[in-house]
Design a protein around this ligand. Structure first.
Ligand SMILES: Nc1ncnc2c1ncn2[C@@H]1O[C@H](COP(=O)(O)OP(=O)(O)OP(=O)(O)O)[C@@H](O)[C@H]1O
Ligand SMILES: [Mg+2]
Length: 351
């Protein structure tokens, strides 16, 4: 287990800077997930930690040692990629042990480590098979096994499950959670998947355009986002945003209705334009502010229905833990004022 400390890390390709001074401290044994839109720099940051990309500026320490110029193989890390690229002519066991054999590790040590990894990943019955005779999820487990046998201080995962179908993803997600519990290594995990981020992370790092927007536990980010970007990024379906206008120090007007917000710390200035954020799952309260929604489409998933429609001409989604027939044209939505998150026009949180 190692801590990782990143200070003002920057990356430029030629004249173009893509990572703009990122600082982050990761505790030993912590599971940190990087999320953010495509191109925001998740892979670049991970590859800089791995040593696969040069660091343009700033410091990277792993286990208290400055690693900026240390060879990837000497950093005590193992990385698992989205494309797992197993050697097709080698068995599962040989694929997993390849790195150790290249390093001339003793045979009994190699056998023991491969056996341990195979047990953890439930690959024991498959050790003599070639990759062509494995399912996608099994191949992905072999790729993870290849990382485990190296016994790294730090695991880096770059979207390791994105090539798998929905069912396998769930299975592998649970495997990875168990793996972290068993090995308790420090892990950094990049994903686009909301559920993976929320369920696996001790802390989530939300990145946008080469900057960190917010770092926190999944629930902190969900309950207490610093800005509209994080509020909209964490949670699925995403938070609804409605145009609002302050009409008193602790109240706003939305679609012609006054909404009291007694929990605000700030005093609002009359007439200020704001964005009112409210999550789809918070729109079926029994007490609170009631609004009528014009329904466009109801998506019934069985246990949950996502109702898409408009309030005062603005689109929003409401979640119902019930069936909502497609004939429904109007739906009463109701939310508790303490579920409202308020943002200024630039997206900064108004608390
Ligand atoms: N070799 C390169 N030369 C120039 N620009 C690059 C290079 N590699 C990456 N970039 C740019 O750096 C930025 C960050 O890329 P990166 O691959 O880290 O994004 P990402 O967050 O991993 O995205 P995705 O979710 O699509 O994988 C992008 O704007 C990308 O175009
Ligand atoms: Mg990437």
């Amino acid at each position: 287990m190692s801590n990782i400390s990143i200070t003002d890390l920057r990356k430029s390709y030629g004249q173009v800077e893509v990572i703009h001074g990122v600082s982050l401290d990761i505790e030993p044994g912590e599971f940190v997930v990087f999320v953010g839109p495509s191109g925001c720099g998740k892979s670049t940051l991970l590859r800089m930690i791995a040593g696969l990309e040069d660091i343009t500026d700033g410091d990277l320490e792993i286990g208290g040692t400055l690693m900026n110029d240390v060879e990837p193989a000497q950093r005590g890390i193992a990385m698992v990629f989205q494309s797992y690229a197993l050697y097709p002519h080698m068995t599962v066991a040989d694929n997993m042990s390849f790195g150790l054999r290249m390093a001339h590790a003793p045979k009994d040590e190699i056998d023991r480590k491969v056996k341990d990894a195979a047990r953890i990943l439930q690959l024991e019955p498959l050790l003599d098979r070639k990759p062509a005779a494995l399912s996608g999820g099994q191949r992905q487990r072999v790729a993870i096994g290849r990382a485990i046998v190296r016994d790294p201080d730090v695991f880096l995962f770059d979207e390791p499950l994105s090539n798998l179908d929905a069912e396998l993803r769930v299975e592998m997600r649970v495997q990875i959670a168990k793996l972290h519990r068993t090995l308790s290594n420090t892990m950094i995990y990049v994903t686009h998947d909301q559920t993976e981020a929320m369920t696996l992370a001790d802390r989530i790092v939300v990145l946008r355009a080469g900057h960190i927007e917010q770092v926190g536990t999944p629930i902190e980010l969900y309950e207490d986002p610093d800005n509209a970007f994080v509020a909209g990024f964490i949670g699925s379906p995403r938070m609804n945003f409605l145009n609002a206008r302050a009409n008193g120090p602790k109240s706003v007007e939305v679609a012609g209705r006054t909404i009291p917000l007694p929990n605000l710390t700030a005093d609002l200035r009359d007439g200020t334009a704001l964005q009112l954020g409210i999550r789809p799952e918070h729109l079926d309260a029994t007490d609170g502010v009631r609004l009528m929604m014009d329904v466009d489409v109801a998506e019934d998933l069985g246990a949950t229905t996502f109702v898409h429609g408009t309030v005062g001409g603005e689109t929003l989604v409401a979640e119902r833990r019930a069936h909502v027939g497609n004939a429904v044209r109007e739906l009463e939505i109701c939310f508790a004022p303490d579920k409202v998150r308020l943002f200024d026009p630039d997206g900064a949180r108004v608390r």
